[in-house]
Design a protein around this ligand. Structure first.
Ligand code: HSE
Length: 398
């Protein structure tokens, strides 16, 4: 297969940009030319000579000799402007920007068709785990029942440190930031936004459904307490932040992001620190488990390099599930069993519990385990961050 000679214009030189350069420099089999790097901060010390950099995006976007734009900045709206300008100008693009893709998914898919360019973004979900290409290529004809996993390295790192070492939440978050796992605004990680954006991207490739992220319920780990971890430990569980997408019947799917109890016999139990894990359940392949580093410069850089390499031999996503034209409905009418730790009875009442199986009211802590409808959780979504509660999906069938 003939490979096109790549001349790359790179946007952003933070943790992932530097990671990509390291990976590219150590890669023996593959060479690509980074012609220019566009950055915002004029004062930041750089690891390579300043002659490699520009502060003007049009030095890249208007350079006809550059045939691939690699976008690794963390401002989703600016990224959208860069990516769409590049695509309209006939340049192929590789990006890791999950928020940008999730928020403009359908439009970006249509633009690839319209301008006959390719947009690849394996690094945007699960970093080093090649889940998007697997969904595109391997599962293109397979009936996929569900996909769940760990898609955020920062929260998994925090939960691991709190569970294994008893480290306080803030301290664990600080470590995750120092190690370059967290977003510039870490509320995106700890409130579950980041996992949700990744879930929306994955759903596009798994089911051909381009979900509006605003329609998907998400909840993070911001209010987790020592009590919750103690409870999980006593029952032999770990707590992980687990996005889920799956079929509720032939023609309908649901999705959400919630912390989940994981028992020691489950694949995700040993997925610790910044590692991510994805479990697919399909009609014939049955259950499969993918695991790998989900955050950090080198892990993400390796996925970006894989896309750059794929680009050089003309690879593009075909969005096979979408092209097949099967119309799927989306529902939030879905029942889950959850653990709710709370303080005020009034808060608990808002959840509309059905079938309560466990109830505890101590001097300092209260919790209830019972069935709730995802619709109720979604209706409460704006109030949840002010409530003294923590919600965990028990994952139990009922
Ligand atoms: N902040 C993200 C995470 C980076 O922690 O997973 C990788 O997408």
């Amino acid at each position: 297969m003939t490979r096109e000679k790549l001349r790359i214009g790179l946007f952003g030189f933070g943790c992932v940009g530097q990671g990509l350069l390291d990976v590219l420099n150590s890669s023996k089999g593959f060479k690509a030319d980074i012609v220019k790097i566009c950055v915002k901060d004029r004062t930041k010390k750089r690891s390579i000579p300043m002659s490699n950099f520009t502060f003007d995006k049009y030095d890249i976007l208007n350079d006809p000799s550059i045939n691939l734009v690699v976008e690794l900045i963390d401002d989703a709206e600016e990224a959208f402007s860069i990516v769409t300008t590049a695509m309209k100008g006939g340049k192929n693009v590789v990006t890791a920007n999950k928020m940008m893709i999730a928020k403009h998914f359908k439009e970006l898919v249509e633009m690839q068709e319209e301008y006959k360019v390719s947009l690849l973004y394996e690094a945007s979900a699960g970093a080093s785990i090649p889940i998007i290409r697997n969904l595109e290529e391997y599962y293109d004809n397979e009936l996929l029942y569900s996909l769940r996993g760990i898609l955020n390295g920062t929260t998994n790192y925090i939960l691991t440190k709190m569970y294994n070492e008893g480290i306080a939440y803030q301290e664990a978050l600080k470590e995750a930031q120092e190690k370059g796992f967290a977003e510039s605004d870490p509320t995106l990680d700890v409130e579950g936004w980041d996992a949700k954006y990744k879930l929306c991207i994955i759903s596009g490739h798994a089911y051909g459904l381009f979900l509006d992220p605003g329609e998907v319920f998400h909840y993070g780990i911001k209010t987790i307490s020592k009590f919750d971890i103690q409870y999980a430990k006593e029952k032999g569980f770990k707590i992980k932040l687990v996005p889920y997408v799956g079929k509720t019947n032939e023609s309908t799917i649901t999705s959400f992001v919630l912390p989940r109890f994981i028992s020691h016999d489950k694949y995700l139990y040993n997925v610790d620190n910044e590692y991510n894990g994805v479990i697919t359940e399909a009609a014939f392949a049955d259950k499969q488990f993918f695991c790998g580093k989900g955050a950090g410069g080198h892990a993400t850089g390796s996925a970006v390099l894989s896309d750059i390499s794929a680009n050089s031999y003309g690879y593009r996503y075909e969005y096979k599930k979408y092209q097949q034209g099967t119309v799927l409905n989306y529902t939030r009418n879905y029942k889950l069993e959850v653990y709710l730790r709370y303080q005020n009875e009034k808060d608990r009442e808002l959840f509309g519990f059905e079938e309560v199986s466990e109830y505890f009211s101590g001097k300092f802590h209260k919790y209830v385990i019972g069935v709730v409808n995802l619709e109720n959780l979604y209706a409460l979504r704006d109030k949840l961050s002010d409530m003294d509660v923590f919600i965990v999906n028990t994952g139990r069938k009922f």
